[in-house]
Design a protein. Structure first.
Ligand SMILES: O=C(O)CCC(=O)C(=O)O
Length: 361
């Protein structure tokens, strides 16, 4: 799928840089002045007034039609106005969320030679990585990550998942199984909220065999957080993202009306956001929104981003039911495999791809 076979430069692990105790970050990580996180709010305390919506999903499963309607309404509003929300009472057991984060933190603290066995290449991105994009000389982000496939079954390969710490694969199988269920439930809510049949989006994504993958982000402590980013601004290229943040360490910032808002994670909440493929399918009723991650001088941070995506070879285009002479389709059909080549080659670049493909109204 991707013609690039290898990284353009030797890979440097950001964690190793951080642990070397350096006082200044190398120039490779210094962002241009316009991209630096001015007015940082590393603990998400801010003015405490603005945050993304927090939605209690228990209402969806309550059996009470009024509660179901109210909750669906809140989800619809969040998808249209924010492209982001936090969800509590989502059905995934809290102990499993904690275990999943814990086994990954343990993985990143294994000796480097064990982690290097899983070193990735830009061909598939699977494994242990330290950069997105293959442009020689690019300014890099202050993070390492691990990427793996869960669905479709043909792409899942346990040999590419860490074998350590013990129980890692077992915990992740259980966790990812739960997230696929949650993703499926949310697809129904999002479809109905668009006035589509309940199974519309699920079918558009491939039915039983959607694409599902995980990127675990590890943001080491950074001696000069004001000069860099853990992850540059981007919208997610896929369908729906279900993020397990680090509950103790805020870092995710969402762009709203030109301002960056630091999300304050609620206990055992997931942060859910719309990706570009849902912006396309909904013909921009739902919006994918730019977000980025700031880093911290005293605390490392771990987050698990689960991507519920269309299967790679399916054509994605605006739903016919949402198109009319007054609302023409804003996007041409494109497979997700073709679509995601952009971020895989260029790295995170705000909303440039989804905006450049949109036809002017
Ligand atoms: O670490 C985070 O909070 C966000 C991660 C993210 O945006 C991503 O992995 O795409």
């Amino acid at each position: 799928m991707n013609c690039i076979q290898d990284w353009p430069e030797p890979i440097v692990r950001v964690q190793a840089l951080s642990e070397s105790g350096l006082g200044r970050i190398p120039d490779r990580y210094v962002k241009p002045a316009t991209e630096r996180p001015v007015g940082m709010d590393p603990m998400g305390d801010g003015d405490g007034i603005v945050d993304i919506p927090l939605i209690d999903l228990a209402g969806l499963f309550s059996g009470d039609p009024a509660m179901v309607r109210t909750t669906m309404g809140r989800v619809a509003e969040a998808c249209q106005q924010w492209g982001f929300f936090q969800a509590v009472n989502h059905g995934v057991p809290p102990y499993l969320m904690d275990q999943a984060r814990h086994v990954w933190r343990e993985f990143f603290h294994l000796p480097m030679e064990i982690k290097q066995e899983y070193g990735n290449s830009p061909k598939t991105y699977e494994g242990y990585g330290s950069r997105l994009g293959v442009e020689k000389g690019a300014i890099l982000d202050w993070s390492d990550y691990y990427f793996l496939h869960y669905l479709p079954h043909s792409l899942k390969d346990h040999k590419k998942w860490p074998a350590q710490p013990p129980h890692h694969r077992e915990v992740m199988e259980q966790y990812l199984g739960e997230l696929v269920k949650l993703g499926g439930r949310l697809m129904k809510v999002l479809s109905l909220n668009l006035g589509l049949k309940e199974d519309y989006l699920q079918n558009a994504f491939g039915g039983e065999e959607v694409g599902a993958c995980l990127r675990v982000n590890f943001y080491p402590k950074c001696p000069q957080p004001e000069l860099t980013l853990g992850l540059s601004s981007h919208s997610d290229p896929g369908g729906l993202t279900i993020l397990l943040p680090d509950h103790d360490v805020p870092g995710l910032q969402v762009r709203k009306d030109g301002k960056w808002i630091t999300v304050k994670p609620a206990p055992h909440a997931f942060i859910i956001n719309i990706g570009d493929q849902l912006q396309v399918l909904s013909n921009v009723i739902y919006k994918s929104v730019e977000h980025r991650v700031i880093v911290n001088p005293n605390l490392e941070r771990v987050s698990l981003a689960f991507f519920y995506n269309p299967r790679g070879e399916l054509l994605i285009e605006p739903a016919k039911e949402l198109i009319s002479p007054e609302n023409p389709a804003l996007y041409p059909p494109m497979t997700f495999n073709e679509y995601r080549l952009y971020i895989r080659l260029k790295g995170p670049r705000g909303k440039s791809q989804v905006e450049s493909l949109k036809s002017p109204r």
